[in-house]
Ligand binder design. Structure first.
Ligand code: ADP
Ligand code: MG
Length: 570
């Protein structure tokens, strides 16, 4: 008959890999297992970089961070049900942060799942993924793989980016079809994130509002960092001459020591400004929804906002001048219309902000130079501030409670997209996924500043860091616990407090166990030396930085995030 010879056949494994490669995918963040073990092996054989993690959540966080850093969807691959659910946390994180990511999970066959016959790791994954993703698709036939991958990539990238779930029933991978027909079925996505040009009327309206402001302020968010319009954003900010606040992952878009940077006068500018220009930042909880005492008198401000997502406008406060479009196109249009003719805000406003900034920086400076042992957050982070200034290409990863809050405010960034942290949800445990992605996607040295608690959520991935010999230096800010190491015990029990860990834990041995460099640092001088050695050698390094047990304070009191009991206080 007309049976094709075996060499003219292809199958689901190869079509899926070919479809990803055709669309420029180079790296997969993976955890092998049934039914995707061979998919990972074949992908590696076909020239993709396949990095296997120890737990799907961290592979997923790495894919999410890769999406943020590269403006291309980061790919995470997992097994079915439990592996899928582990990866789903990261997919939801990517969606919440507006980062492009695709979670590809193996699954059981429809006919078994739908009749609930009790398959190995049986779960209706597509239905479960849908509410946590920007889009979710399942591919049932080998000839639809090209379509499925194209739809996933376009959905992840277009408009406001987000996470996409792609369900791969195990049997799909083994399905065969004619090689030539298979190649013809693949699709290379054309222009998945097209420029989104703002309406000229919206530009005029925005400039009118900005012009009439006496005390204007710019707030830049991680959308501005994601946009990769660094030069245009810098030109716009410097042309307008407004003080600006970077949200944590927008730090470094303009250097944090830029004369317009108002980070050290945050309270003053949020309270006193009369017009706030949001660039790729949402007025969500991180900005107290644009209301409350920190924002000054109610109704005292006008808002102008650039966002690619039209429905973001008016989500919390009235936006007087919405600019719907991508940040690069909006900045272009604003600059063109300004045409070099712009009156900067009065010296009365910018000078007052500068004075406040300089005063606060001077007040802080001596505390950052202390050489206390055990260390406090100021002494240890003062060292890291200096080292980041000397090494501006290092990518800073940061998570924890005090380790996060203090590092965010103390450590300046000098270049765009050099900070990866806990994102919109404030997730603990993103550190090692962020660190691996930063090292892999940029090739740069990574410095991960981790609270001892945050590190506990992802610590096993030090093996991954060692296995791929990545230039990652982890500093554990070790104060023996969450918030503080001397946490109170409210119970009448011999159990330790719910917020403390084993005292004098030797985290450096975890790194030594896998062949990396593990050292203990008791003083800022010792910390400086250990980080410098890690940067020079580029070896996987873990520094157990000993912080005084009583140095920290409880976070979650911004905007009253922690409920407190009325009953207990009676
Ligand atoms: P942050 O937490 O740093 O304040 P958010 O995540 O709240 O930042 O806000 C980022 C915003 O940027 C989102 O509303 C998103 O829609 C928007 N955004 C992402 N990419 C672009 C882009 N290229 N152009 C315009 N807006 C963008
Ligand atoms: Mg701690």
């Amino acid at each position: 008959g007309n049976e094709p010879a075996p060499e003219t056949l292809t199958d689901g494994f190869h079509l899926l890999i070919d479809a990803l490669k055709l669309n420029g995918v180079e790296t997969i963040y993976n955890v092998p297992g049934i039914p995707i073990t061979d998919l990972g092996r074949y992908a590696q054989a076909q020239g993709l970089r396949v990095l296997s993690f120890r737990h799907e959540q961290h592979a997923g966080y790495a894919a999410a961070a890769a999406g943020f850093l590269t403006k291309k969807p980061g790919i995470c691959m997992t097994v079915s049900a439990p592996g899928f659910l582990n990866g789903l946390t990261a997919l939801a994180h990517a969606t919440t942060n507006c980062w492009p990511m695709i979670l590809i999970s193996g699954s059981s066959e429809r006919e078994v799942v739908d009749l609930q016959r009790g398959d190995y790791e049986e779960m209706d994954q597509l239905a479960i993924a849908r509410p946590h993703a920007k889009a979710a698709y399942r591919i049932l036939h080998a000839e639809d793989i090209g379509l499925g991958v194209a739809r996933a990539i376009r959905a992840a990238l277009t408009g406001r980016p987000g996470g996409v779930y792609l369900d791969i029933p195990g049997a799909l991978l083994g399905q065969v079809m004619d090689e030539v027909e298979g190649q013809k079925s693949l699709m290379k996505v054309v222009d998945p994130s097209p420029a989104s040009v703002p309406n000229p009327e919206a530009i005029d309206r925005a400039l009118d509002v900005l012009k009439s402001a006496k005390k204007p302020l710019i707030i830049m968010g991680k959308g501005a960092a994601y946009a990769q319009a660094d030069e245009k954003i810098k030109e716009l900010v410097e042309t307008l001459g407004f003080p600006y606040l970077p949200m944590s992952m927008a730090k470094g878009l303009l250097p944090d020591n830029h004369p317009q940077c108002a980070s050290a006068a945050r309270s003053l500018v949020l309270k006193e400004s009369d017009c706030v220009f949001l660039i790729g930042a949402r007025l969500n909880w991180l900005l107290s929804h644009g209301e409350g005492p920190g924002w000054g008198e109610k109704g005292s401000k006008k808002f102008v906002q650039i966002d690619i997502e039209p429905s973001e406008m008016d989500s919390n406060q009235k936006i007087s001048a919405p600019l719907v479009g991508d940040i690069g196109s909006c900045a272009d249009a604003l600059l063109q219309k300004i045409g070099g003719k712009w009156e900067k805000p009065s010296e009365e406003w910018t000078g007052a902000v500068r004075t406040k900034v300089q005063g606060n920086i001077e007040k802080m400076a001596p505390r950052l130079k202390n050489n206390n042992s055990p260390m406090d957050y100021q002494g240890s982070l003062g060292v890291i501030k200096d080292l980041m200034a000397e090494n501006p290409d290092v990518v800073l990863v940061n998570e924890g409670a005090n380790a996060l809050d203090q590092c965010r405010s103390i450590v300046d960034l000098h270049k765009p997209r050099k900070r990866l942290d806990v994102g919109t949800w404030g997730i603990m445990g993103v550190g090692m996924g962020n660190a691996v992605a930063a090292a892999v996607e940029t090739g740069n040295q990574v410095l991960a500043v981790e609270g001892d608690s945050a590190f506990g959520f992802c610590g096993m991935e030090v093996e991954t860091v060692c296995r791929y010999n990545l230039p990652v230096c982890i500093v554990i800010m070790n104060n023996n616990g969450i918030y503080r190491g001397d946490g109170e015990n409210w119970g009448n029990t011999d159990d330790p407090s719910t917020t403390v860990f084993v005292k004098d834990s030797k985290y450096e041995l975890m790194m030594q166990a896998f062949g990396g460099v593990g050292v203990r640092a008791d003083s800022p001088d010792a910390l400086r030396q250990a980080i410098n050695e890690a940067f020079a050698s580029r070896k996987p390094t873990l520094i157990n930085a000993i912080i005084a047990e009583d140095a920290g304070k409880e976070s979650g009191n911004i905007g009253n995030l922690n409920p407190s009991s009325v009953v207990a206080q009676q």
